[in-house]
Design a protein around this ligand. Structure first.
Ligand SMILES: Cc1cc2nc3c(=O)[nH]c(=O)nc-3n(C[C@H](O)[C@H](O)[C@H](O)COP(=O)(O)O)c2cc1C
Length: 340
């Protein structure tokens, strides 16, 4: 008999369980420590020396913020985005100072979003805010960047979505876009139920299917949850909100501690595609909140403590026409590494 088995037989079961728990806790602390250290060492934070990838991530963040501001039509705010444009200006300066190529897609997309900003003001017959010319050479951009349409907004129509169920997978996937402005009509819970049914085809570790969906259609509750979530500013609230969670009770080994997020994330993508197939407009929304905000969302949506928060998905019907961020993509080859 092994020493472990002998000890197990000698020690009362409740004590043995506490020892096992302490061992698991120690292991988890080690794993989390390694993860935290990697994040602290490499994330795009001021204590780390800036490099091209960090700058790239931050530039895209600001491009996206400006693109979102450009999606507003009747509620467009001329001269918006001073802080985002100032940050973009600073980041582009750092980029040039580090001699990174100005032919790079990220750099070009940044100039493109500034062009889109200028164009939008022209379309709306609004003067450009004076701060813009202190940050960017407006005339030079107008001369050199008019053909640069990487960033900005595009139009999505309800008409193009009518045939979603007949589209090939490629067409459906390529056509999906995050929608943040919805038609007034309510969402039929049965249609969402069909989307969930289809999304159940999501693969999961050992087929455990730990993901859960909480559907909220009470407008007051949606407003309160999205106020805490914080990533839905400037848009009317959606008619329905799904909260995706993963049930920790599906998992056993300490090495699985991140798996709820992986399975929940894959499910979220399937759900988005399934909603698109059902001709419903949607936008994934992060749930990377502070502990106190997470607790508030849990309370508002009655999420049990044994589930981890993955993401929200706002759901509604397509408006006849909606402006959405272009959200350009890099080519697959730029993120692929082949080891031979
Ligand atoms: C996990 C996750 C969290 C997101 N959180 C937000 C959010 O809080 N607010 C928002 O407006 N968009 C959010 N988005 C949407 C992204 O901005 C969008 O997916 C990205 O720009 C790509 O555009 P696309 O979805 O139209 O292809 C999120 C997307 C993901 C996948």
């Amino acid at each position: 008999m092994s020493l472990k088995t002998t000890m197990k037989n000698l020690i009362p079961n409740s004590v043995w369980m506490q020892l096992q728990r302490a061992k698991a806790k120690h292991k988890l602390a080690g794993y989390s420590g390694t993860q935290d250290a990697r994040f602290l060492k490499f994330s795009a934070n001021p204590w780390n020396k800036p490099n091209q990838e960090e700058l790239r991530g931050q530039i895209i963040y600001y491009i996206h913020r400006i693109e979102k501001g450009l999606t507003h039509q009747s509620d467009f705010r001329p001269g918006f985005g001073r802080n985002a444009l100032q940050s973009l200006h600073n980041l582009l300066n750092q980029w040039r100072k580090a001699h990174y190529p100005t032919t790079d897609t990220t750099y070009k997309a940044a100039l493109s979003v500034v062009m889109a900003y200028i164009e939008k003001h022209k379309q709306e017959h609004e003067p450009l805010p004076t701060f813009l010319s202190t940050l960017f050479p407006v005339e030079e951009l107008e001369r050199t960047q008019t053909g640069n349409t990487l960033a900005g907004v595009k139009t999505v129509t309800a008409k193009e979505k009518e045939s979603n169920k007949d589209k090939s997978f490629k067409e459906l996937f390529e056509g999906r876009t995050s929608i943040r402005q919805f038609a007034k009509e309510p969402v039929d819970p049965n249609t969402v139920a069909q989307a969930i049914e289809l999304a159940m085809k999501t693969p999961s570790v050992c087929n455990r299917q730990s993901y859960r969906v909480t559907l909220v259609s009470n407008p007051d509750l949606i407003a309160r949850i999205l106020t805490v979530q914080g990533g839905w500013r400037g848009y009317a609230y959606p008619p329905m909100l799904a909260i995706i969670t993963s049930d920790e009770r599906s998992f056993i080994y300490m090495e699985e501690h991140n798996e709820p997020f992986v399975d929940g994330g894959i499910f979220t993508m399937s759900f988005l595609l399934s909603l698109e197939y059902e001709n419903l407009a949607a936008c994934p929304l992060n749930l990377m909140c502070s502990d106190s905000n997470a607790a508030a969302i849990r309370k508002l949506a009655s999420i049990p403590d044994y589930e981890v928060l993955i993401a929200c998905v706002s759901i509604g019907h397509f408006q006849d026409q909606t402006l959405v961020p272009k959200s350009f993509r890099y080519p697959g080859s730029s993120i692929t590494r082949v080891i031979r």
